[in-house]
Design a protein around this ligand. Structure first.
Ligand SMILES: [Zn+2]
Ligand SMILES: [Zn+2]
Length: 558
């Protein structure tokens, strides 16, 4: 989010006398939530209890998982905007307006999103930047309408995308401003593999641009006046760094290193001096990429442009149609912003630190949902057919702890070798064409080693079950239209208490025999769930304290 965009939005509403009346602020839904807003009277950010917004046409209600502070948020404060702050957010879809039910999203999806809302997303203006939408209805979240430093926010579906699985939603928010901008800058700097690119301004955006450029196969030289940020750039892969303040001969050194200058310079700094130094380091015909926005107009020689000495381009977060490419690249190459984890209640401190220039990393609030929530489940009037299940009855927790270890088979182990179940079933039908391959290491050797272990008995393990998900079962699962948990297998172990399990898990035999044996068939990482069965229907494992659930007999006796 950039200064010029804010100003354009302001200008827009000043030009249009009706703009003051247009309000896309979402209608209030049910309940209240906490939101961080600037209070011009107290001159500080306060956390207010406000109405949870309601998703209007084309919108989702999103439960915010992360929101981060960007330098341009300070501009919103300086303009005395009182809307909820924040234009960098990621979260889960909580509710959807009926008009967006066929747009490829569903409740619970983890999403990231941009922040210009209310525009049409398809006019000539919206193809350039949504701030230019011809409808004039565009509003900036965190500036002219409520943003993301709140438990919930509304989001236009056109602005949203599902997060790739490898992106952690709890730190995803900066991607949707800084990350995307850094990507567009590098991606459009007209570079070829092996070319030199300069990062001018080695702060957060410059650091991400460094990683992106390296992932694209470019060579990077970073320039800054701060040795600490240059050091970070170096750690993130910069081939060379120069302190342009303390190293008087840096231009000569850089030209020598790059055999005549860089092919492109992405300027993330907003200092006049940073821009002034760029023509000297560009090679003939190079690109000056304008990202940082100084207050003063750029001082660029028209003669230089006319003679093709260099050209000038610029990028920002851009339009949502372009964000997917950026986000998928960042996910694929595991490029993450450096973040500092804070709380919503810290927002005023975060703003102060940002203003004082003390922030070294993106400050990000997580877990914005407070424990006290107004959207709790309520008891409903229900006539129970089974007394054992009523609100007043005691739940039927079994006196065991259950550990479920979900894992995939190693890639070089075939489905038939992993599940004898599938080969037997297939072979029963085609006994001649497919002889059974009875080589499941998990079902045979591993199971035998487990049960034979000395501590298996000593630790009173109650049950050991191998749960197989074969290829044809996976196909069946996918027909259900739900999120598929695609593991090949799950080992379920029931123990009487946690100490018993830990004794087994930390036994020398486990380390010496069991663990190395896993390497024969198991791919890592292993996912684990630990919990307790509430037995609703069916028979219990016999033992002290266990009690059957409702059974066919109980039902019949009614
Ligand atoms: Zn931003
Ligand atoms: Zn438009």
């Amino acid at each position: 989010m950039t200064a010029s965009v804010t100003e354009a939005a302001k200008a827009n509403s000043e030009l249009d006398p009706a703009a003051g009346k247009i309000t896309l602020k979402a209608a209030a839904g049910e309940g209240t939530m906490r939101a961080g807003q600037w209070d011009p009277e107290q001159k500080k950010v306060v956390i207010r209890e406000v109405s949870i917004p309601e998703a209007g046409p084309g919108q989702f209600l999103v439960k915010i998982a992360s929101a981060s502070l960007c330098h341009s948020d300070i501009l919103s404060i300086e303009a005395n905007n009182t809307a909820t702050l924040g234009h960098e957010g990621a979260g889960y879809i909580e509710k959807m307006h009926s008009s967006v039910e066929d747009k490829g999203f569903k409740v619970g999806d983890p999403i990231g999103f941009l922040y210009i809302i209310g525009c049409c997303f398809e006019c000539e203006g919206c193809m350039i930047h949504n701030i230019h939408c011809v409808t004039g209805k565009q509003l900036l979240q965190g500036f002219t309408t409520d943003g993301f430093f709140a438990e919930y926010a509304v989001v236009d579906y056109q602005n949203a995308m599902k997060l790739p699985e490898s992106i952690d939603i709890k730190t995803a928010s900066p991607i949707f401003c800084a990350g995307i901008t850094a990507f567009h800058a590098v991606d459009n700097a007209e570079l070829k593999e092996g070319d030199w690119m300069a990062v001018v301004g080695a702060g957060g955006l410059g650091q991400q641009a460094t990683q992106i450029a390296k992932a694209m196969g470019f060579k990077v030289v970073a320039l800054d006046v701060n040795d600490a940020t240059l050091e970070v750039c170096k750690k993130q892969g910069a081939d060379a760094v120069f302190n342009s303040r303390t190293n008087k001969g840096y231009v000569e050194e850089l030209k020598k290193l790059t055999s005549g200058g860089v092919r492109a310079a992405c300027v993330f700094s907003n200092a006049d001096a940073a821009y002034a130094g760029v023509p000297a380091i560009l090679r003939l015909g190079g690109v000056m990429m304008v990202i940082g926005l100084p207050h003063n107009p750029l001082n660029i020689s028209s003669m230089d442009l006319a003679l093709g000495k260099y050209k000038v381009k610029s990028e920002s977060t851009g339009i949502p149609q372009r964000m997917k490419k950026a986000v998928e690249f960042l996910a694929k190459h595991n490029i993450k912003p450096e973040v500092q984890q804070r709380k919503l209640d810290d927002l005023n401190d975060m703003v102060t630190e940002m203003k004082e220039g003390k922030a070294t990393k993106r400050m990000l609030a997580q877990n914005l949902t407070s424990i006290k929530t107004t959207m709790t489940l309520k008891k409903i009037d229900h006539e129970f057919k089974n007394d054992a299940l009523s609100y007043d009855a005691t739940p039927n927790y079994q006196p065991c702890i259950k550990l479920s270890f979900f894992f995939n088979k190693k890639p070089d182990v075939s489905d038939e070798q992993f599940h004898r179940y599938s080969s037997l079933v297939v072979c029963a039908r085609h006994p001649l064409t497919f002889p059974p391959i009875d080589l499941s290491h998990w079902e045979t050797v591993h199971a035998d080693l487990t049960i034979a272990a000395k501590d298996f008995k000593a630790c009173k393990i109650q049950r050991y079950v191998q749960f197989h998900q074969t290829a044809d079962m996976k196909e069946k699962a996918k027909q259900l239209g739900l999120e598929h948990v695609a593991f090949d297998g799950c080992s379920e172990i029931l123990v009487r208490d946690w100490d018993d399990w830990m004794k087994f898990y930390s036994s020398p035999e486990y380390a010496r025999v069991m663990q190395p044996d896993c390497a024969h068939f198991m791919a890592f990482p292993i996912h684990v769930m630990v919990g307790c069965d509430n037995l609703v229907y069916g028979q219990a494992i016999p033992g002290e304290g266990s009690k059957d659930g409702i059974t066919a007999e109980t039902l019949q006796s009614k």
